[in-house]
Design a protein around this ligand. Structure first.
Ligand SMILES: [Mg+2]
Length: 381
């Protein structure tokens, strides 16, 4: 019944909203400046309708996924049941009004999951992939980069780099941390090993203060890296502005933002060259699109963040990437975690990519069928 099409104008009423908190051990630990991650969690959203169409979404819930499920059940679900699933903007506003304070945190992440599911329903009802529904550029394939060479010892970092090159990625991200001297050595070493034809960028996950970031930024620019991601904490907007003046490497950030207004200052003054919202955090497809459109107005590129998220986040991002004019390149996480490998019938991007390009799903909605047995297996009881 999922792809039933309704005649224009006929309401599609939401009949049930279910939040599935999921957790898994990573097949290989992720090592960043924050530390080592062995385990990751998320919430899979299921929105059911009286038309028999089921939409799915993903909530970025890196901790306490059961708390997110509780929030959705008690605060969002009552605002959704019985409403027309096609009025996504109105439902978004209604969910946001659960909280009278500034928007952010768990609430916006929870809304993101519902919003993605509503777009999935819209696409299925219209018989169109979300990329087409967004009425954008209509790319059928998008550029991706491999993520990531971890902050591990030289021998292991070399092996990871060579693996991604061997898999055909022409663009690769490298995790960077402290000490700064070690980081600068790593930057030079990997450039030499990769050669000039492979494009490299760096993600520091806020590892540095301003002085350290200037030193690392200059090493990146001397070695031709294409961006320096989250060198500083996201709140340190003045630091980003200063860094922009003091080194030439393009700055990228945005995965820590929840709403478009949080991206406003650094986009408007072009301290950032690239904005990287995560669709499963930043209010879903609706708000992520607002952010990317705002970036486009200021000649700032859009590069979807995926990280340790699952196949729904990756696929929703691919639809946005296909549609938005200022899309540059999408993250493609290469470790095949069950959230990417097992949850749906679509292969993860790192397996589907050829020479750093990925086909955008062409089926209605997100274009994926969820494996509900896998959901049951990964669900926290
Ligand atoms: Mg990052």
């Amino acid at each position: 019944m999922d792809s039933v099409q309704r005649s224009t104008g006929q309401a599609i009423l939401i009949s049930d909203v279910v939040a599935h908190p999921l957790s898994q051990m990573l097949p290989k630990p992720t090592v960043t400046s924050w530390g080592t991650y062995h385990k990751v969690s998320m919430v899979l959203m299921e929105v059911r309708t009286d038309a028999g169409i089921v939409g799915v979404g993903e909530v970025l819930a890196r901790f306490s996924p059961k708390a997110y499920a509780e929030l959705i059940e008690t605060s969002l679900k009552p605002r959704l049941i019985g409403q027309d699933a096609r009025n996504i903007g109105a439902l978004w506003q209604s969910m946001r009004r659960s909280l009278s304070g500034r928007a952010g945190g768990m609430l916006i992440e929870a809304i993101a999951g519902v919003d993605i599911a509503l777009w999935d329903i819209m696409g299925k009802a219209a018989g169109m992939p979300i990329a087409k529904l967004l009425g954008g550029i209509g790319r059928e394939a998008i550029e991706v980069y491999a993520a990531a060479v971890n902050w591990v010892d030289d021998a292991e970092a070399d092996r990871e780099l060579e693996r991604y090159i061997g898999e055909g990625f022409p663009r690769i991200k490298v995790k960077m941390a402290n000490p700064v001297r070690e980081a600068c050595r790593r930057i030079e070493r990997l450039r030499k090993r990769a050669g000039d034809d492979i494009e490299l960028c760096v993600d520091a996950n806020w590892a540095y203060d301003l002085d350290q970031a200037i030193e690392v930024g200059r090493a990146l620019s001397a070695n031709g890296y294409f961006w320096f991601e989250e060198p500083l904490a996201p709140e340190n907007e003045q630091g980003y502005e200063e860094l922009r003046k003091r080194c030439d490497v393009p700055l990228a950030a945005g995965e820590s933002n929840f709403t478009a207004d949080q991206a406003q200052r650094l986009v408007a003054n072009r301290a950032l060259s690239i904005l990287q919202p995560d669709v499963a955090r930043a209010g879903g497809i609706s708000e992520t699109r607002r952010m990317a459109d705002y970036a486009a107005l200021h000649n700032v590129g859009y590069a979807p963040h995926i990280g340790m998220s699952g196949i729904i986040c990756e696929t929703a991002s691919a639809h946005l990437a296909a549609a938005l004019p200022n899309f540059r390149v999408m993250e493609c996480e290469c470790d095949l975690s069950p959230f990417k490998r097992d949850l749906a019938d679509l292969e993860p991007g790192c397996l589907r990519q050829k020479n750093g390009r990925l086909d955008v799903p062409a089926r209605p909605g997100l274009g994926i069928e969820i494996d509900w047995d896998a959901v049951k297996r990964l669900r926290i009881q």
